[in-house]
Design a protein around this ligand. Sequence first.
Ligand code: HEM
Length: 186
Amino acid sequence: MDHNNRSYTATAKALHWLMAVLILTASAIGLYSSSMEYGADQALNDYKGGLITLHKSIATITLFLIVLRLVWRFAHRPPQLAGMSPLMEKAAHAGHWLLYALMIVVPVTGWAYSSAAGYPIPVAGLFTLPPLLDKSADMVELIGPFHRWISWLMLVVIAGHVAFAIKHKVIDKDGTMEAMLPQRKQ
Ligand code: HEM
């Protein structure tokens, strides 16, 4: 892409919004299922188990998409966005790379968590990924909380990302948010 262009490519936009929907949906399901405890009620246990399977089936798709996204990102420079001081530009850049890192680490820790627990790792209900680790109660104790906390960190960083996008739209009015919206022509 032309670096002077003010918009992201259609592929970058499609990957951005598809991943946003999948990550937020997987997070909502993960938070909801985590709010239930396994117990004596088998129907509730099955319901929670079904939610976790759905969480994993959706979240694993993002692992494939982030690989595509990074390949696309390295092959196509993002647009030069107006109205940012060099310091703000550096901070935005760092925030975006932190998000890319979290979009790898979060699903990989989930994958490791389910592997250590000895559960399958479904992808979109189509096939399963091989376990990353052998079954191990110790690793479940270690990786489970790590997956939870790093997922929360990602949600906080996403909230910051959205807040800055809104600031660009409402306060700066500099076209930064529009660069990732579908309507603008490239
Ligand atoms: C986009 C990637 C992912 C996101 C954003 C995500 C997010 C979350 C969140 C927010 C929770 C609830 C944390 C809490 O208890 O407060 C959670 C729990 C969980 N996640 Fe993930 N996760 C992702 C990927 C995965 C993957 C790939 C797996 C396994 C293959 C996985 C397995 C689990 C499991 C087993 C739980 C515990 C659910 C429960 O105890 O009910 N996650 N995840």
